[in-house]
Design a binder for this molecule. Structure first.
Ligand SMILES: *[C@@H]1O[C@H](CO)[C@@H](O)[C@H](O)[C@H]1NC(C)=O
Ligand SMILES: *[C@@H]1O[C@H](CO)[C@@H](O)[C@H](O)[C@H]1NC(C)=O
Ligand SMILES: *[C@@H]1O[C@H](CO)[C@@H](O)[C@H](O)[C@H]1NC(C)=O
Length: 520
């Protein structure tokens, strides 16, 4: 009797302590908007700044090495992220890397682990990382940590996979923890992709034997402890296609929070299959289709429409996929075109279409680096300007997104218009119109049928400037002027907390100098 009473009390205590660390699920993440940052490149600690480091993005030696960003630096700049309307961050991997350099520099990016139990001291201490998560939570910003289970870091100049070589890793230091040495040469061969090394003969990344039950156990315990110790809200999983699928079921179950994997492939069905093994994946197939369109005024918006449709058939749930226009592995959008109007249309698409938007650090400052390493610029040379046009643009849409009801995030978009230059959709109560005219104004309007979504006479306001309005006519249509700018219409009576300064201005006739595009 006595001991069973104890058992009940202990169980209750355990349940209580679990309840304080709330595990965030896919459906909770659906309405979030994510800012992707690389800890080394986002912000240096206040008081210890070396702003010259990596300030010149033409210096290849510097950009392949540690630039001095820290967890404390991230804390210092959380308000910069919050003011841009983001309520989640994805941070680069936090575990210890080899200090020894390779021909590509050391593992400042975090994808080359030496010891998965230690925190990378270049970024700060374990306590500072915990503090970062706490400070983020205090601002209602959730934190997603990037993790790697496919491989460990490379050691240049040592014969790969010898016992001596493998001894250097923690906790994987035995031959049986790794696959036999081979290098991926045939990318269409699944066995090679899952068992051989990334990085080529040049710099092979020792490939973990994720079929070995001991490796599986170590990883399950590790991810479970990591998430709980630091109170992370989600995990982003690296190199998903290089590990057998069933491994991920166990790994993500042990994590117990939202998981989103990097499955780098352009075929929706190939990628969609992985949503059976984790909550979500990055929307690579959509990315591959939309980028050639949004970066080129002479392409075809119809292909965006077809891509949206083809994603729906291939995924269990497209409303939790991670949508993006670039990241640390892809050339930045503005390296493909300099036209910021095109960028704004692409941003409008990823911020409002079905799925979870992910915006890579530096987009808001108009960064235009090309392939790795040039797309991994330090952010400090921008001075973290909050008045830049793109910063304001992203903030406006993010803040609008946060006022939307949950039905927005669970419903699928409905096509309103698609031709070579224009793509428009309804989603819940919004009408979003994008074009690829860029800086060119074609000077015409279209009549969009609203299919009974709004009653006749309803006024819709473009939340991007709070002044442009259209009214549903007696045919149930709205006339939309077409330019190179995107437009986001919402019933003006239903807009919450937005366009308030505009309304006050009408009521009180306040000074005309007030920036009417800003939110209250
Ligand atoms: C491997 O690591 C374990 C602890 O994780 C240690 O006890 C053991 O001695 C190590 N083996 C080698 C060969 O270094
Ligand atoms: C940032 O500030 C420095 C020092 O005031 C200045 O030289 C630099 O031009 C600024 N950078 C930008 C992008 O405004
Ligand atoms: C509102 O935004 C649209 C699209 O950018 C633009 O064409 C229009 O001129 C703006 N209206 C006002 C009053 O600024």
């Amino acid at each position: 009797m006595h001991s069973s009473k104890h058992f009940v009390i202990i169980t209750l205590l355990i349940l209580l302590s679990l309840a304080t660390a709330i595990a965030r699920t896919a459906s909770e993440w659906r309405s979030r908007t994510i800012y992707q940052l690389l800890t080394d490149r986002f912000a240096q600690s206040p008081g210890q700044k070396n702003p010259q480091l990596c300030a010149n993005n033409g210096n290849e030696y510097e950009i392949r090495r540690y630039c001095g960003g820290t967890f404390t630096g991230v804390i210092d700049k959380l308000d910069y992220i919050k003011d841009m309307g983001f309520d989640a961050i994805w941070i680069s991997p936090v575990v210890k890397q080899f200090e020894k350099e390779t021909k590509y520099g050391p593992g400042w990016h975090g994808y080359w682990a030496q010891d998965i139990y230690e925190i990378n001291s270049h970024f700060g201490t374990a306590n500072e990382l915990k503090q970062l998560v706490q400070e983020a939570h205090a601002r209602n910003i959730w934190v997603m940590v990037d993790v790697v289970a496919n491989h460990m870091g490379p050691q240049e100049g040592t014969t790969p996979y010898t016992a001596e070589y493998l001894k250097a890793y923690t906790p994987f230091n035995k031959t049986e923890h790794f696959h036999d040495f081979c290098v991926i040469e045939h990318w269409g061969n699944d066995y090679e992709v899952e068992h051989c090394s990334l990085g080529g003969y040049d710099l092979p990344l020792p490939d973990l034997n994720t079929e070995n039950p001991q490796v599986v156990d170590i990883f399950s315990n590790w991810i479970s402890d990591l998430v709980r110790e630091y109170n992370f809200d989600g995990i982003r999983i690296d190199t998903v296609k290089h590990v057998r699928r069933e491994f991920w079921s166990e790994f993500t179950a042990a994590a117990g929070v939202f998981s989103i994997g990097e499955m780098f492939h352009d075929d929706p069905y190939t990628v969609g299959n992985y949503q059976n093994y984790m909550d979500s994946v990055l929307g690579y197939p959509l990315f591959e289709k939309i980028i050639p369109v949004f970066t080129n005024p002479f392409s075809d918006m119809g292909s965006v429409s077809r891509a949206v449709q083809s994603m729906r058939g291939a995924f269990k749930d497209v409303t939790v996929l991670g949508n993006f226009i670039d990241n640390h592995d892809q050339p930045r959008f503005l390296s493909r075109t300099q036209d910021r109007n095109l960028l704004k249309n692409a941003l409008t698409f990823v911020l409002l279409t079905d799925g979870i938007p992910i915006i890579y650090q530096g987009t808001e400052q108009g960064f235009n680096g090309g392939n790795d390493p040039w797309n991994r610029e330090a952010l400090w040379p921008s001075n973290y300007s909050q008045s830049s046009d793109l910063y304001q643009f992203i903030a406006t849409i993010n803040k609008f997104r946060q006022t939307l009801p949950s039905s927005y995030f669970t419903s699928l978009s409905i096509e309103a218009w698609a031709n070579d230059r224009i793509y428009a959709f309804f989603k819940d109560r919004a009408l979003v119109v994008m074009t690829i005219y860029g800086t060119y104004d074609p000077m015409f309007s279209i009549k969009v049928k609203t299919n009974g979504l709004y009653s006749v006479g309803t006024t819709l306001v473009n939340i991007l400037n709070c002044t442009e309005k259209v009214t549903v006519d007696s045919y149930g249509e709205v006339g939309v002027r077409i330019t190179g700018d995107p437009r986001i219409f919402y019933p003006s009576q239903e807009v919450k907390g937005l366009c308030q300064i505009d309304k006050r201005r009408m009521n009180r006739k306040v000074d005309r100098q007030i920036n009417i595009f800003k939110f209250a």
